[in-house]
Design a protein around this ligand. Structure first.
Ligand code: TA6
Length: 319
């Protein structure tokens, strides 16, 4: 379950009553992962700053997915067919994987392993057997790595197709001052235009209104620059071609029950995903998809990205 200097414990959260794994890295960075949804809810740096957004109005009562952190969307992203929006992995109970198959050497020996398998109820809505293994790891510098391994364990020889996303709710100081770089000139599916295929015109993605897009065949690394906090999130991905970008803005925010009306100002949902073409797995085959996020001081990334900065006193919504 854990290695090296890591400190890991399974506890019941006092506020929500849900079981969670708390992982603390030697330098003070920490992550909290709820067994409900296999969902990272807290990711804190060594200064005890919460880097992920969790809504003040989030529900921690099944079957509602928790509004914030990193949601695992499987076996589908979006809302089509019989399955519920974003699939069912995010509102099911996962368990600790006591016997994870060997893992390729990683930079981190500070990790936890979870496993999720279909229930008889799930088989009624999605008639496939699978093993979903999730490793959540913290590097010595506090980088957060999520690696998903999904295996088709159908005994009837049937393949299955699925979509996937790490819907990651970043905490930002002021959305109107945030830039996402690495998606410029890419095609995207605009969920506000019935999934119409468009092309990104800007030299960076900025936010002035509701955004609900899936960028296609995105590069392995993108950055989210939070000018005010002089903080840049670097998102690196493997095995996941697409990137989801979502901010409900003011009007949509008012329609979301588990989301505060003003909270759109201090969050941005971005995630490595597999949306455009579903993944097909034959029995015995396994797919792996990995998202790694780290925080670099904007000054460093500015040198990388040579853009002008401006500040704005903002409020991060801390749970
Ligand atoms: O990831 C973007 C998106 O698909 C948006 O369309 C929006 O609905 C968001 O997910 C939140 O979905 P949820 O089911 O969590 O309310």
């Amino acid at each position: 379950m854990a290695g090296g200097m890591a400190f890991v414990e399974l506890v019941k959260d006092g506020a929500t009553g849900l079981e969670k794994l708390v992982l603390r890295e030697a330098h003070g960075c920490s992550v909290e992962v709820y067994l409900y949804g296999g969902q990272v809810i807290f990711w804190e740096n060594e200064y005890r700053e919460q880097l992920l957004f969790v809504s003040r109005k989030a529900s921690f009562k099944p079957p509602k997915a928790i509004r914030g952190g990193i949601q695992i969307c499987f076996p589908q992203f979006g809302n089509h067919g019989v399955l519920e929006q974003h699939g069912f992995a995010r509102n099911r109970l996962w368990s600790v994987d006591e016997t994870p198959p060997p893992f390729p050497a990683t930079t981190s020996n500070c990790h936890i392993d979870l496993i999720f398998k279909q229930s008889p109820e799930d088989l009624k809505i999605w008639p496939h057997s699978f093993e979903f293994r999730l490793r959540v790891a913290l590097s010595p510098t506090g980088d957060l790595m999520l690696t998903s391994r999904i295996k088709n364990t159908n005994a009837d020889g049937k393949p299955f197709k699925f979509g996937f996303s790490y819907n990651t709710y970043f905490s930002v100081s002021d959305i109107s001052e945030v830039r996402v770089e690495g998606l410029e000139t890419l095609d995207y599916l605009d969920n506000l235009q019935r999934g119409e295929r468009c092309t990104e015109q800007g030299d960076a993605v900025v936010f002035e209104t509701e955004a609900d897009k899936v960028y296609l065949s995105a590069p392995p690394k993108i950055v989210i620059i939070d000018h005010d906090k002089k903080r840049t999130f670097e998102l690196r991905k493997e095995g996941l071609p697409d990137v989801v970008v979502w901010n409900p803005w003011d009007r949509k925010a008012k329609t979301i029950l588990d989301f505060g009306e003003e909270e759109y100002k201090c969050m941005l949902c971005v995630g490595a995903a597999y949306v455009e073409k579903p993944i097909t797995l034959r029995p015995g085959e396994e797919w792996q998809g990995r998202q790694e996020i780290s925080v670099v001081p904007s000054t460093f990334s500015f040198l990388l990205h040579s853009k002008a900065s401006c500040g704005f006193p903002g409020a991060a919504s801390e749970f």
